[in-house]
Ligand binder design. Structure first.
Ligand SMILES: NC(=O)N[C@@H](CC(=O)O)C(=O)O
Ligand SMILES: [Zn+2]
Ligand SMILES: [Zn+2]
Length: 348
């Protein structure tokens, strides 16, 4: 039985760090294990310009405790008013590594997102020309479409037309939750990739509702049927370079989750690596965890893999993770997988 595993230090290709006291409270949870992360721009107000991204990057680095290292890979929030020249300059300087597309109204702080996709055509063409990836929250917002179908419908109605109209555009489908998402990526070429979260490998939609409503399992896109979770597991553990880890760790303080209209987001930064070791071991794929968490993402983003290592150990007794992270903004509940985990990051 394998009880120790060393991998290149992982990166998180989809992370919410927020700002202010929340940022300060949760940043160490990611920086402890991950070298870099693609930082989501859905602040209020959003990170729209190169200047916004530079200022946010400085705030993240200022919040990093002494002795910890972490490289935030910045993104811009695509709006109908995004200035292609500003975007081009921010990409050329190395400041931004991707642009994020939120359909307006699809998720947390997406009001400034895109309504009319024709209005961003010029910007997408520039991105295709310079090879800058578009990270996509792939759900339609049409209220007539069932929430469990919104990802699959988005692929047909929005994503596929955009990709056909913009040859060469590099796209990352963020936090895929369906077999249709997996199949769409598998059928495409190397321009298309997908991130998969830790929690979508673990929960299906029953976990949200059976035995009582569980606000800490509510995120967007919402967890789907078991068959979809199994498709995600197969993709993540396959070694296919187009699938890689994006935790979508998305902190909200407990009062905003545990209420009559709770926010969407699961907070998994703290225990993601231990949970992934558990999941990959269960599927007989421990030898592919490094590809998923540490190698495929950098390859897609055309960055070197990290040179230092992260060691995971499997112990005789269950690992105890904190229930909550106490931030200056309030308590944030850590994702509870609902089963015992014996893996842990060595040194934690
Ligand atoms: N995933 C979520 O449920 N929430 C994210 C937004 C997002 O990634 O869609 C958040 O910012 O809270
Ligand atoms: Zn999203
Ligand atoms: Zn997210």
């Amino acid at each position: 039985m394998v009880t120790e595993l060393a991998l290149r230090r992982p990166d998180d290709w989809h992370l919410h760090l927020r700002d202010g006291a929340m940022l300060e409270g949760i940043l160490p949870e990611s920086a402890r294990h991950f070298a870099r992360a693609i930082i989501m721009p859905n602040l209020v107000p959003p990170v729209v310009t190169g200047a916004d991204a530079a200022a946010y990057r400085d705030r993240i680095l200022a919040a990093l405790p002494d002795g910890m290292s972490f490289e935030p890979l910045m993104t811009l929030y695509l709006t109908e008013g995004t200035d292609a020249a500003d975007l081009r300059a921010a990409a050329r300087s190395g400041l931004i590594k991707a642009v994020k597309l939120y359909p307006a109204g699809a998720t947390t702080n997406s009001h400034s997102g895109v309504r009319d996709f024709d209005k961003v055509r010029g910007v997408l063409e520039v991105m295709a020309e310079i090879g800058l990836p578009l990270c996509v929250h792939g759900e339609v917002t049409d209220p007539a479409v069932d929430i469990f179908d919104r990802e699959a419908v988005f692929i047909d109605r929005v994503l596929d037309p955009i990709r056909r109209a913009t040859p060469g555009l590099r796209v990352v489908m963020e936090h895929i939750t369906t077999a249709q998402g997996v199949d769409y990526v598998r059928a495409a070429g190397q321009d298309l990739a997908a991130t998969i979260t830790t929690h979508h490998l673990i929960i299906n939609r029953n976990h949200l509702l059976v035995g009582g409503i569980r606000p800490h399992y509510y995120c967007l896109p919402v967890a789907k049927r078991e068959e979809h979770r199994l498709a995600l597991r197969a993709a993540a553990t396959s070694g296919d370079a187009r699938f890689f880890l994006g935790t979508d760790s998305a902190p909200h303080v407990d009062p905003l989750k545990e209420c009559a209209c709770g926010c969407a987001g699961c907070f998994t930064a703290t225990n993601t690596m231990a949970l992934l070791a558990h999941v990959f071991e269960q599927d007989g794929a421990l030898d592919r965890l490094e590809a998923f968490a540490s190698l495929n993402g950098p390859a897609y983003y055309r960055l070197p893999a990290n040179s230092d290592m992260l060691r995971l150990v499997k112990r005789e007794t269950p690992t105890r993770f904190p229930d909550k992270i106490h931030t200056g903004a309030g308590p944030v509940t850590v994702f509870d997988p609902g089963f015992e985990v014996f893996w842990d990051v060595a040194g934690d």
